[in-house]
Design a protein around this ligand. Structure first.
Ligand code: UD1
Ligand code: CA
Length: 459
């Protein structure tokens, strides 16, 4: 068995109220599946052995976390939270000390709160310490029945008396147990309740009966322990998490004109003195450097944008790298595999894909650059198109340094344009162009004088 404190995370439930083919714990919140957050919080709070109980679509859940160091436990039939822990008992054999039990559908709980629970539990030397909250509307949660500091029992909503339902202190579903005690007490759980399930919450009364100490730690902010059961709660949790992400970034020196309309995934990094305008989406593994401006309607996915760059309104950037001091957009589409080396200008209605543009190269208007290697100081005129696809294969266009391309040119790939050459406007380039030359391929202009007048007289 590996070393470190152990935690069991429950994630076997179907999440019926989500009305979804996707398991509840895989619904995304700020770019990560819901279950990511409880796992992350437990790890950050020092629980190194994580045992995750899965059942409903177990394989799909497991596959969503390929790189985490986790032990997966199968609960083939979901007979309740107590039963879920029974399923994990085998893998905890020989473990003693504090055991965390946390739920996969409680994404907002902070690692700091788990740390607090851990120290309170050990300081009190309790057998069970329950995380609780005061909920203005406690409907649906288990209620905490106290005798001073000692918790006598947890009563589920469905089993509670009218009087017990008035209690506003609720069970968050997160506990610290003395492992030896809970693993032996589990054997005494039964299904004599309104839902016919093994309730983990019955452990509290069992501890009291065994003469043990039971304690509760009440969180200050009840939203932290909010459980997600339906899509309204999912949206609510996302709003809260988004606000926290934005607030952290603002405290770190990022300006947001209207933070309520800025959508940033968990883990996105942004440098100081960068300004985000309304309706900006920064998603996936993305980083934005210092002193950038991101205008309204910009969507950046899995990309890095370096210091001093300006992303103008309505631009979309995916799986690309934008160097320092670039200007992109408005309405530019930077598709996967684009590398703007630095000081580049990509203007309106320009699309790039799988292409490298050297320092200071630019395409200011209405252009497609795909599968290309472009040197430094290259200027693409309005309406340049790399014809990279012949219907079967993709081909490469190479444009060397200091090339000037006139408006409305096509490069039929594979083709190479040598350095410092000039491509005349309206040319279709099908053959390589040597360095320092002029390439021009257009039919000569013909003039028939008086043609229009003669036509008009006839009719
Ligand atoms: C549970 C608590 C309740 C508490 C609430 C907090 C019990 C009996 N009740 O109720 O006191 O206020 O959480 O949110 O524990 N799960 C399994 N296997 C099962 C059953 C559940 O893994 O057989 C998992 C679910 O996937 C979920 C978590 O356990 O992640 C909680 O289960 P859920 O059915 O949502 O419990 P609640 O009714 O919310
Ligand atoms: Ca729940």
């Amino acid at each position: 068995m590996n070393k470190g404190l152990a935690a069991v995370i429950l994630a076997a439930g179907k999440g019926t109220r989500m009305k979804s083919a996707l398991p509840k714990v895989l619904h995304p919140i700020c770019g990560q599946p819901m279950l990511y957050y409880p796992l992350d919080a437990a790890q950050k709070a020092g629980f190194k052995q994580l045992k995750v109980v899965v059942g409903h679509r177990a394989e799909q859940v497991t596959e969503a976390f390929p790189d985490k160091d986790l032990t997966w436990i199968n609960q083939t039939e979901q007979l309740g939270t107590g039963h879920a822990l029974m399923c994990a008992a085998e893998s905890l054999r020989g473990y003693s000390g504090p055991l965390l039990l946390h739920c996969g559908d409680v994404p907002l709980l902070r690692p700091e709160t788990l740390e607090q629970l851990k120290s309170y539990h050990s300081q009190q030397q309790a057998a069970v310490t329950v995380l609780t909250a005061q909920m203005p509307n406690p409907h649906g949660y288990g209620r905490i029945i106290r005798d001073g500091e000692q918790i006598l029992e947890i009563v589920e909503e469905k089993d509670a008396s009218e009087e017990q339902r008035q209690v506003t202190e609720i069970n968050a579903g997160t506990y610290l147990f003395d492992a030896d005690f809970v693993l032996s007490a589990l054997k005494g759980l039964n299904k004599n309740n309104s839902q016919g399930e093994y309730y983990l919450t019955d452990i509290v009364a069992a501890a009291v009966a065994a003469g043990k100490k039971t304690r509760a730690l009440c969180v200050e902010d009840p939203t932290e322990v909010m459980g997600i059961n339906d899509r309204c709660q999912l949206a609510e949790a996302e709003v809260l998490m988004r606000w926290k992400i934005n607030a952290d970034l603002m405290f770190g020196g990022v300006s947001m004109v209207d933070p309520t309309t800025v959508y940033i995934d968990n883990g996105v990094e942004i440098g100081s003195d960068t300004t985000l305008h309304p309706n900006v989406h920064l998603l996936g593994k993305t980083s934005i450097g210092k002193n950038c401006i991101v205008e309204t309607g910009v969507v950046v996915v899995d990309s890095d944008v370096a210091e001093g760059s300006h992303l103008k309104a309505g631009s979309a950037i995916e799986e690309s790298s934008i160097g320092v001091n670039c200007k992109v957009g408005p309405m530019a589409h930077i598709r996967p595999g684009t590398i703007l080396t630095g000081n580049n200008k990509i203007g309106n209605f320009v699309e790039t894909k799988k292409s490298v543009l050297g320092n200071k190269s630019q395409a200011s208007h209405l252009t497609y650059i795909g599968d290309s290697e472009v040197g430094e100081n290259v200027n693409f005129g309005c309406g340049t198109i790399t014809c990279n696809y012949d219907g079967v294969n993709k081909h490469k266009t190479t444009v060397e340094d200091d090339v000037f391309v006139g408006s409305d040119c096509q490069f039929v790939a594979p083709v190479t344009i040598g350095r410092n050459s000039l491509i005349a406007a309206g040319s279709t380039i099908t053959k390589d162009v040597p360095a320092d030359s002029l390439a021009l391929s257009r039919t000569e202009q013909k003039i028939i004088e008086g043609w229009r007048l003669r036509k008009q007289k006839k009719s």
